[in-house]
Design a protein around this ligand. Structure first.
Ligand code: 5GP
Ligand code: ZN
Length: 114
């Protein structure tokens, strides 16, 4: 999608700090990190949000979670723990309408979220 920021990051039109890439997904560092490690993992296919996951496209989501586990190990997050977050829609405060999973770690988090 031409007007989607994350599709433009995947195509390389918008520069990003790449962490991982394969044929199905792309991972890069968040421009405004909320923790010492803050990585976004996105499908290369344009899916708007978790609400648009279905039996046709869910395999890429399973794959993304394998990739998240690998990235977390590589970034040294696994031992202490970390958080995987996907914001959805208005109440979820999703600002970019291309499915993404925040992988955030390197500090203690609170619960519940604000
Ligand atoms: P959301 O608010 O939709 O859950 O998350 C969008 C995330 O994308 C935010 O954490 C924001 O900092 C990040 N972001 C927005 N624009 C850019 C950009 O141009 N480059 C990178 N690397 N991250 C971005
Ligand atoms: Zn997109």
């Amino acid at each position: 999608m031409d007007d989607c920021l994350f599709c433009r990051i995947i195509s390389g039109e918008v520069p990003s700090n790449k962490v991982y890439e394969d044929s199905l997904c792309y991972a890069f560092r968040d421009i405004n990190p909320q923790a010492p490690t803050h990585i976004l993992v996105i499908p290369k296919q344009h899916i708007e949000s978790v609400s648009d996951i279905n039996s046709e496209n869910s395999a890429v989501v399973a794959h993304i979670f394998e990739v998240i586990a690998k990235i977390a190990k590589d970034e040294g997050l696994t031992e202490k723990g970390y958080r995987v977050v996907s914001n959805i829609g208005e109440y979820g405060q999703q600002s970019v309408k291309h499915l993404h999973f925040h992988v955030i770690g390197g500090r203690q988090f609170g619960w519940p979220p604000g």
